[in-house]
Design a protein around this ligand. Structure first.
Ligand SMILES: [Cu+2]
Length: 404
């Protein structure tokens, strides 16, 4: 009997070693040297990565035990050649039944508690106003609006004052963040009839301009404006009622039922794109993979997430905000550039007007880091960088240093 246990342990260790070799090595190192996970640019993401690797190792151990026993049983308890008889009939084993209920329950509980602790650490002051002054709580707020199919961002101090000092400042369509500041993202999916009308108008204008080269019409970030102020209960209720009316009219029409003029009008207000009706009253999800944290953008409901970007985005880094919720035909194109800059550059960027921001895109801000921190006149420098990157889209640091 003792020898058998030793053999079984051997099988488990053997399976574990094989599983580890074919899982962990490519996971950590990867075929291309990058491993499974993208770069890490947030202070909170480290704990999530640790959790991820911890759970991967835990899964490997369980896999090794299960597969070790299966392989051992196949080898040692297989029927002898010519033996066509039934196997031994075994009925009930209280000890085993307790074990296979208790052990998985403990594992699930441990996973749940560890995940809770990690998420809790990342959410200082997110849902608790009293804790919002504690260290680790947000120092800045970004209002995030997801719409079909794009993103818009507006920046505020944590007291809710617009960063640029201009309440009517046009939201940015790219996400630019200062390094080493905890940022709280207030996330919402655009909805409401006014939007539908405005998007419809915008999209048909884009299409009329014959801009067929673009797969998706560029929709101005301003379309989410009404949503910035969707703070009262009445506003939210009105938005919900709009959504319900639209949905009911759509369902009625889909079921082949007669719809009245009012319902027809509701449906007519939905924007069309390439002949398809686009419903913007859908959910999205706000995600920067390199920051790890992700939150749903729900129509009519604010959701929150916060993280601290801790790496200035260099010229070779290419990070994006992506939508992580299948939201329609343009879902795969629902992404925009994001970048992290030093505090001085951010303060300068936040005050730029709409016109000047056209040059200060993430692509150009990334190249600006080639000049090091000591840029005397950012207005001039960004204009030069913008000119360079237009002439040479693959321009790298050498070209920037040489020409500027
Ligand atoms: Cu999506």
């Amino acid at each position: 009997m003792k020898g058998q246990w030793g053999k079984l342990a051997g099988y488990i260790v053997g399976t574990g070693a094989v599983a580890t070799a074919i899982t962990l090595l490519p996971a950590r190192i990867g075929i291309d040297g990058n491993g499974w996970l993208p770069d890490l640019i947030s202070s909170e993401g480290g704990a999530i990565d640790d959790l991820f690797w911890g759970l991967t190792i835990m899964s490997l151990v369980i896999f090794a035990i299960v597969c070790g026993i299966v392989v051992y049983s196949m080898v040692h308890f297989r029927a002898a050649p010519g033996d066509l008889g039934d196997g031994e009939h075994i009925h009930g084993n209280a000890k085993m039944e307790v074990a296979w209920i208790v052990i998985p329950s403990i594992i699930v509980l441990v996973i749940g508690v560890l995940s809770y602790v990690v998420l809790q650490d990342n959410e200082v002051g997110l849902y608790d106003k009293a804790a919002a002054k504690k260290p680790g709580a947000a120092e800045m707020v970004v209002d995030v609006r997801g719409f079909s199919f794009g993103w818009a961002f507006r920046y505020e101090t944590k007291e809710g004052e617009p960063l640029s000092g201009d309440e009517d400042a046009v939201p940015s369509s790219e996400l630019v963040l200062p390094v080493d500041k905890v940022v709280r993202f207030n996330v919402l999916s655009c909805s409401g009839k006014e939007h539908l009308g405005r998007i419809q108008e915008q999209v048909s204008r884009e299409l009329a301009a014959g801009d067929e080269a673009d797969e998706f019409a560029e929709i101005e970030p301003g379309i989410c404006e009404r949503e910035w102020d969707l703070t009262t209960d009445e506003d939210q209720k009105a938005a919900e009622e709009d959504a319900t009316r639209t949905y009911e009219a759509l369902m009625k029409r889909q079921d082949g039922k007669q719809i009245n003029d009012e319902e027809q009008a509701v449906l007519d207000e939905q924007p069309r794109f390439h002949g398809d009706q686009q419903f913007i009253d859908v959910n999205h999800a706000f995600w920067v993979p390199e920051a790890r944290l992700k939150i749903d953008a729900i129509s009519g409901l604010r959701t929150y997430v916060q993280w601290e970007p801790n790496h200035v985005t260099g010229p070779d880094d290419n990070y994006q905000v992506v939508c992580a919720e299948l939201c329609g035909t343009g879902h795969n194109g629902m992404r925009t550039d994001m970048c992290v800059v030093d505090q001085e550059t951010f303060d300068w960027w936040a005050k730029l007007d709409e016109e000047a921001r056209r040059d200060a895109t993430c692509t150009n801000l990334r190249l600006l880091t080639c000049l090091g921190g000591d840029v005397d006149d950012r207005d001039d420098a960004i204009a030069d960088v913008a000119k360079l990157s237009k002439e040479d889209p693959d321009a790298a640091c050498d070209a920037v240093k040489e020409k500027i």
